[in-house]
Design a protein around this ligand. Sequence first.
Ligand SMILES: Cc1cc2nc3c(=O)[nH]c(=O)nc-3n(C[C@H](O)[C@H](O)[C@H](O)COP(=O)(O)O)c2cc1C
Length: 169
Amino acid sequence: METLQCIHARRSIRRYTNEPIKEEDIETILSAAFSAPSAHNLHPIEFIVLKDRNNLVQLASKLTYGRSLNEAQVAICVVGDTNRQDNWEFLNHDAAAATQNMALAITDLGLSSVWIGCTPSYENMKDVHIELNLPDHIKCLSILAIGYPAVTKEANDRFEHLKIHKEKW
Ligand SMILES: Cc1cc2nc3c(=O)[nH]c(=O)nc-3n(C[C@H](O)[C@H](O)[C@H](O)COP(=O)(O)O)c2cc1C
């Protein structure tokens, strides 16, 4: 798929079929994540790949907006190492860049995903950290639920001229 076509075709899909995802596709998705830019070239982002149905359902139960994990074939949790990057904003920016790279790779492979946001201000993040067995210095920053789409959505076109400012606000 052409890059620009892929960017517009990506939509949040929350219903998936039972078709399993090939191991090589998971590798391709992760490889896209590792190619994301990183503040100060520190690369503090790591990944937890979940395929076990019990673990996916358990994780879903800890997240207010994570129901899509119940049907997902795979989840990739994007976690940040606060020892490697102590600037919280940059850690999150790195995680977002990796997450979006994966979402685009997923679309290119004919798969679908939804980005599940994680932030420490969510009460239940403590439970997510326990569920993933994370040490204190590793924070879960986002999760992608992934599967073959059981529903389709149109490519998005949200261009808004009024949101584009020239030279100054
Ligand atoms: C930072 C972030 C957090 C999000 N968190 C969730 C979430 O917890 N659960 C969910 O179902 N969708 C979540 N989404 C997906 C948005 O709801 C979705 O991107 C938005 O509705 C636009 O639809 P589209 O992705 O199909 O273009 C999140 C997206 C972003 C960027």
